[in-house]
Ligand binder design. Sequence first.
Ligand code: FAD
Length: 321
Amino acid sequence: MAILVYAESASADGQYKKAAFEAISYAKTIADKTGDTVTAVAINATESSDSLYKYGANKVLKVSNDALKSFSPNAYAKVLSELKDGDTIVLPATNDASSFAPLLALKTDATLVTNVIAAPSNVAPFTAERRAFSGKGIETVEVTEGAKVVTVLQNAFGLKENPVAGTEEAANVSVSDADSKVKVVKVEQASSDKIDLKEAEIVVSAGRGMKGPENWGMIEELASLLGAATASSKPVADIGWRPHSEHVGQTGKAIAPKLYIAVGISGAIQHLAGVNGSKTIVVINSDAEAPFFKAADYGIVGDAFEVVPKLIEEVKKYKGM
Ligand SMILES: Cc1cc2nc3c(=O)[nH]c(=O)nc-3n(C[C@H](O)[C@H](O)[C@H](O)COP(=O)(O)OP(=O)(O)OC[C@H]3O[C@@H](n4cnc5c(N)ncnc54)[C@H](O)[C@@H]3O)c2cc1C
């Protein structure tokens, strides 16, 4: 039998997302314990399957179908349910995959386990840790019987190279436009060369302490030097200083980068809910009593307008610029 994995690719260029490699890495860890193989499902992807073999996909099922060009939860759930060949399906916890995971679980009569963060401690019964309560807790769940659909949180389990000699096959699926009950008809992206916030390993984030949108230049410069994505607190997005796509927290995106640098953000519980999975948190705040310092690994008490330019200077020196 095979563990089926949804190898998500970007609709813009057909390249696999890092989250796809993480999902395959996770599936391979289960397969090594159960004796199953790993089959990746690639929908309208253009990238070579070599990158999927590298993380342990024994087989890649290539689905090319015009009805799937525009993302539709119903149609994607149908494809995965038709190709299922075992009792486990693994998806990345991306926005798209998270939106069709419940439909897929329903179609395949499976238990849904979302946002897992670590390799299962046991495969029979399947026992896994997942992020719960808006990131404030970690829950250990057990699937005692039957099939399961598992979503893997980005940047939590991580990438594990496990090269195998894989094979590729074209897969025929019976989907048509009639299967798409909801369709994406338009995507507006602020900038196509920006690093995806949910996939970024480093995030530089800022809040109301920046005083106004005109001061974000230094945040963007620091992010660019570090190869980081930019994020913001909710009020900053609400008042239009930054796009809502950058808002992290309970009501925004939940992220788990290796390094989260928070500038001029107080650290309210609703903000922490979206970032407390970060491996290392650095807080820059002028108020030594700011709650964020309690969650920080490193803290700098100081004025952002002095500290950030100094950081930029030091990074440039380190890079020999
Ligand atoms: C239901 C609900 C959901 C919410 N969801 C979210 C969410 O998803 N994400 C989110 O972020 N918030 C969320 N909030 C809002 C949250 O409670 C806080 O109000 C918000 O996070 C505060 O944003 P902030 O830290 O940017 O602003 P502030 O609370 O105003 O903090 C600004 C900080 O900047 C510091 N500062 C000021 N000047 C400087 C300077 N020169 N240099 C350095 N530091 C400086 C201050 O000391 C202060 O700590 C939610 C609230 C509710 C009620």
